[in-house]
Ligand binder design. Sequence first.
Ligand code: 13P
Ligand code: SF4
Length: 307
Amino acid sequence: MDLIAEINRLRREKNAVIMAHYYQRSEIQDIADYIGDSLALAQYAAKTDADIIVMCGVHFMGETAKILSPGKKVLVPDAEAGCSLADSCPADEFAKFIGQHPGHTVISYVNTTAAVKALTDVVVTSTNARKIVESFPADEKIIFGPDYNLGNYINGVTGRNMLLWHGGCHVHERFSAEQILKLKQEHPEALVLAHPECKKPVLLVADFVGSTAAILKYAGESDCQTFIVATESGILHQMQLQYPNKTFIAAPPSDMGCACNECDFMRLNTIEKLYACLRDETPEVLVDPAVAERAVKPILRMLELSK
Ligand code: 13P
Ligand code: SF4
């Protein structure tokens, strides 16, 4: 069977939109109607007039789409596509942490469950975190969770002293400043681009720190021809497509020999599963309406502050 032709037929017949994060397998990026970082995917999910959203990403991205578009059917190709960062922040423990620090505004990274968003005052992504933190007065007491590295980076660039939750992403935490510097010796002309979920030593050797969308934009606008990229390696497909004359090198993780700069959750989605999910309209992402009612407020606040 021609899977691509079948997916095309089904999305037309069902008025479905296929959305994909930059960390998806190349063949999924190539078939998507819309590709973006986590902010762009949320913005698009809020405005699409499709009846079905197929979110090729991880579960929290599907949840965010469902919360923003409760009337639409939101599908994910693989229900097991979770996120180690979201898992590092259980809602009950986060609630306890908030309770121990009264009087704080709670800012949560979008890589969280709906239950954590329901405890939050404003959601951020790596694209807008700095702007949103800076929209609060300098003396605002803030709790930031769950990504410690992103929070620590934002504290550094804004001079804030947010209280940080100690969560992290297993993919970004594996990059090693030492390995990147070794690679740079072979490519002294290369610029290092890093996602703020990487640990501080990696961010310190980076020439540019930004979200996936920001990294992509920077690579296009820079006069430099070669880049070492410290984020999930799926982004390299889009970089190479958009800037075919430039060279992109995936930063090696510390334990060489594994493909650990790939997010095993993101990679669970395949073309076969995408086809089956469009055909059978399952797995569907559902969010408890009482949780969604609270979680939608900090997401909408983020969308408003991102304009
Ligand atoms: P972006 O906000 O850059 O899309 O990052 C999402 C993510 O999961 C990073 O690991
Ligand atoms: Fe989560 Fe990390 Fe995978 Fe992004 S790369 S989805 S933060 S586990």
